[in-house]
Design a protein around this ligand. Structure first.
Ligand code: TYD
Length: 133
């Protein structure tokens, strides 16, 4: 499966807008875990790893940041800056999050519980594992 931006429903209301996502209508996996990244100092970067098994969906709930992904072949940069769309990242994609704006809030949902053994933290090892497939 390819990484892709997913547009979310937007319920416009003069009292304030509302968006949501659920499986299977908007995202292709059942959510097991939710975490968020916030208070990122200027110039810092998060991520810089891949997952062997877990899939994620990332939204900029507030502010903006870039997600740079690599599938072994090509690098792609996605700028997330609205809360009504997000980036779906299948397993075995290298990713880093950077260019965080002040007060940005990254919401991430995953189909797996936290497991350090699912991380690939070395890019050369990542490419080696891809070539073995
Ligand atoms: P990490 O995934 O390396 O952060 P990044 O999003 O920048 O790649 O996680 C940082 C630390 O937080 C690491 O020590 C593990 C811990 N952590 C958990 O305990 N549970 C979680 O769900 C996540 C995402 C991280």
């Amino acid at each position: 499966m390819e990484a892709r931006l997913i547009n979310l429903p937007k319920i416009l209301d003069k009292r304030g807008n509302l968006s949501f996502f659920e499986h299977p209508n908007q995202i292709p996996f059942e959510i097991k875990r939710t975490y968020w990244i916030y208070d990122v100092p200027g110039g810092e970067m998060r991520g810089s790893h891949a997952f062997k098994e877990q899939q994620e969906f990332i939204i900029a709930l507030s502010g903006s940041f870039d997600v740079v992904i690599h599938n072994g072949d090509k690098e792609q940069r996605f700028s997330l800056n609205r809360s009504y769309y997000g980036l779906y990242i299948p397993k075995m994609y290298w990713r880093r999050l950077e260019n965080f704006s002040t007060n940005s809030l990254a919401l991430i949902v995953s189909d797996k519980s936290y497991n350090e053994h699912d991380y690939i933290r070395d890019f050369e090892e990542f490419k080696k594992l891809l070539n073995e497939k």
